[in-house]
Design a protein around this ligand. Structure first.
Ligand SMILES: C[S@@+](CC[C@H](N)C(=O)[O-])C[C@H]1O[C@@H](n2cnc3c(N)ncnc32)[C@H](O)[C@@H]1O
Length: 341
């Protein structure tokens, strides 16, 4: 059971006090309270003893977590010590992902979002933007490239999970894989862990080459993970691969460009070739988790950042000529399609 959805008024109070809410969640994570609540239910008395806390103070602290919809309380009597608590499913993992030491939100926070903060009205009119020094899309300098690809690797969790889950069936008969816009090669290296007969190349802008080489060395696949430098906006995708992927690539571009990229993949694949598309297809949850980039990219016109419904891609693949189009389940769904053989 999860907490009921909040009214807009209640949400506004939480939003205004957002930094305090993060303080509460971070503290609960750091002191181990979330570990204690995970198997729940656990009484306030036990928690107060274990965390050497004053019961009434801890009760108020837990009220903060409850107001965020993160714990469920059962209070059988007027004695607060008797109250029991449990975490909503997935809380520990969610808190670790959002506010833990290696959290994705911490990584995102390094970007200069402050440029827009308090100046959104001017930004909406186009009077305030990110400069190329703040954030260029695609990245321009080696430093920007490295920082961006590192951020991308941090956020790959749901993709890696989905590819791992489907690895036993997905790659049957495939020999050569090209990850188009494949970042620093982190996903490709994880796929190679699962599929011993496969070799993979990352296709990316030339500046990314050293990062992919490093990934190849660190992952123990220096001979199976390669790099192909190119610019998919100005040249056709390379041939010679029986599987291509666009992972978090198509949502960066306006629809005509996304369409051209899929058409380019169709031309590059042999008959029977497989195309994979994986990104955060639009749902309310994923839009919320994308909040940082939606905000930050208000100031970056060159990056479209458009979460699309999965149906958009399945429809487009069919129009372009792909067949046997499937949507495989996972942290983020994986769209699989084949060029007719
Ligand atoms: C949002 S990132 C996704 C990276 C990786 N697939 C992942 O999910 O972690 C988009 C990728 O597209 C690459 N890219 C952008 N423009 C490109 C272009 N014109 N040609 C080739 N790659 C490009 C970027 O360098 C980056 O690696």
């Amino acid at each position: 059971m999860t907490a009921p959805a909040l009214s807009p008024r209640a949400l506004m109070s939480l939003l205004f006090n957002g930094s305090k809410a993060v303080d509460v969640v971070e503290t609960a994570l750091t002191i181990g309270l979330l570990d204690a609540l995970e198997p729940g239910p656990v009484s306030l008395r036990e928690l107060a003893t274990r965390f050497e806390s004053r019961p009434l103070r801890l009760y108020k602290f837990l009220d903060c977590l409850e107001s965020l919809g993160l714990v469920v309380r059962h209070e059988p009597s007027d004695d607060i010590n008797e109250a029991t608590y449990r975490a909503v499913p997935g809380l520990l993992a969610a808190a670790t992902a959002a506010v833990g030491p290696d959290a994705i939100e911490r990584d995102r926070d390094r970007y200069p979002w402050q440029r827009l903060h308090g100046r959104l009205a001017e930004s909406l009119r186009g009077d305030v933007s990110m400069t190329d020094d703040d954030f260029a899309w695609p990245p321009k300098t080696d430093e920007q490239t490295e920082a961006f690809e590192r951020s991308m690797s941090v956020g790959l969790g749901p993709v890696i999970e989905t590819f791992h889950r489907h690895a036993p069936h997905l790659w049957t008969g495939r020999r050569r894989f090209l990850d188009v816009g494949g970042g620093a090669g982190t996903l490709a290296a994880r796929i190679l862990d699962d599929v011993p007969d496969l070799t993979a190349d990352v296709y990316n802008l030339p500046a990314v080459a050293p990062l992919v080489e490093e990934t190849g060395r660190r992952s123990g696949h220096p001979n199976r993970l390669g790099f192909v430098a190119g610019d998919f906006l100005t040249e056709p995708l390379p041939t010679g691969y029986d599987a291509l992927a666009f992972v978090r690539v198509l949502h960066d571009w306006p629809t005509p460009v996304s369409r051209q990229l899929i058409e380019s993949a169709y031309r590059a694949l042999p008959a029977g070739g497989m195309l994979l598309i994986c990104e955060e297809f639009r749902t309310p949850d994923r839009l919320a988790m994308q909040f940082f980039w939606s905000y930050f990219l208000i100031g970056v016109d060159s990056c479209v950042s458009r979460l699309r419904d999965v149906d958009f891609y399945t429809g487009l693949l069919g129009e372009i000529g792909f067949e046997k189009i499937q949507v495989l389940p996972g942290g983020w769904e994986l769209v699989v399609a084949y060029k007719p053989g």
